[in-house]
Design a protein around this ligand. Structure first.
Ligand code: KG4
Ligand code: ZN
Length: 349
């Protein structure tokens, strides 16, 4: 590694994991993860089949201090040895974001270290630089519980939106499908597991907005029709949960593959020499989706980069790394008056 490397504490509280991590490195990466603590609230939310914002913010508040202490202890570092304190300032559940941001502000004030307000989606988007040192530009398929987007990423401030969902996010579709089928929360891993022993051709499910069915110039997604079809199929009775899961996952794969192919053409116009496809967000942890996208990429002359599953789902290492990127780009930190944001699209950066 040439040049000065940065050591940053990251804090993530925008959904249902309370996380803190310390990362060291220099753009474009790869970086070194010195510690990575993720406390999942899954059990607290499981009875409700989804994240309950009130429960989430209370749980963040109860454990955030301990999680940060452990991240620093695991990294064998004190606050004074850091170059900055990075924290998710949005988008996300506002109560949770406020807990993390307020904690980070207090630490920054107390230690005199720069506060680095990070966009959660930026964290997901930059993870492949932390793990693989991927250079700009790259095509990003960002698939999580709250987001489903295809973006051309030309630099840390250059995001071009090629398509997003007009209704549900893909992770949300997995979670709702799991709920319909009586599978445990979070739905993604449960549906993927059930699909392994199911027959994807046992049932015909719709592929909304797939080219040829309903041709669109851009790379938009729609999942609500698919979710309704899963509900109707299940309500009719007699369908095996494994088969419905497999048919659902096959439809998702077809939709993601088709939209990504469209976005590849848009990306090539913007970046003629670009050839890297990156997947990020919780749904990128799905092996079947990863395999299908890797095959598409190969056919289209792209290479695929997907972070390991534990860095696809929410974590603070990605937030710390986004902080490293900010420092490397010359940021002196954000003012302590920075506000939490429930909505904060990447294309606004
Ligand atoms: O990125 P993430 O941890 O949180 C958000 O920012 O939304 O993503 C969580 C989402 C959930 O909807 C979860 O069901 C989904 O990612 N997910 C998966 C898998 N693992 C997590 N979806 C499909 N297959 C998986 N293996
Ligand atoms: Zn996320």
């Amino acid at each position: 590694m040439t040049g000065k490397s940065f050591t940053v504490l990251g804090i993530e509280t925008s959904c249902d994991e309370t996380a803190a991590a310390v990362v060291r490195g220099l753009a474009p990466g790869p970086g070194e993860i010195l510690s990575n603590i993720v406390f999942s609230q899954v059990e607290a939310h499981a009875p409700y089949g989804g994240v309950v914002p009130e429960i989430a913010s209370r749980a963040h508040l109860e454990i955030i201090d301990g999680v940060i202490e452990r991240a620093l202890a695991d990294a064998k570092l004190t606050l004074g040895e850091l170059d900055g304190i990075a924290v998710t300032a949005g988008p996300g559940l506002i109560g949770g974001v406020m807990v993390g941001l307020t904690t980070a502000k207090a630490l920054a004030l107390g230690s005199g270290k720069p506060l680095l307000a990070v966009n959660h989606l930026m964290g997901h988007a930059m993870t492949v630089r932390l793990t693989h040192g991927v250079e700009f530009p790259f095509l990003l398929l960002l698939v999580s519980g709250g987001h489903c987007q295809l973006l051309g990423v030309g630099g840390p401030q250059d995001f071009r939106l090629y398509g997003s969902t007009i209704d549900d996010a893909v992770g949300e579709a997995f979670d709702k499908t799991a709920k319909i089928l009586g599978l445990p929360y979070p739905g993604g891993p449960a549906v993927e597991q059930a699909a392994k022993t199911g027959n994807p051709r046992a049932h015909e499910l719709p592929r909304p907005l797939v080219t040829g069915h309903n041709v669109r110039a851009n790379a938009e997604f729609s999942f609500s029709g698919l979710k309704t079809a899963v509900r109707q199929l299940h309500d009719r009775g007699g369908a095996r949960i494994e088969d419905v899961s497999a048919a659902f996952q096959a439809a998702v794969i077809d939709i993601l593959t088709d939209r990504t192919r469209t976005a590849m053409a848009m990306f090539r116009k913007d970046f003629p020499t670009g050839n890297v496809l990156v997947m990020a967000g919780g749904v990128a942890a799905n092996q079947a989706i990863g395999t299908a996208l890797a095959k598409l990429a190969k056919d289209e002359g792209f290479v695929t980069r997907i972070p390991p599953p534990a860095l696809c789902t929410d974590n603070a290492a990605m937030i710390a790394w986004a902080g490293v990127e900010k420092l490397a780009a010359g940021s002196a930190g954000d003012p302590l008056s920075v506000s939490p944001r429930a909505r904060w699209p990447l294309a606004d950066i």
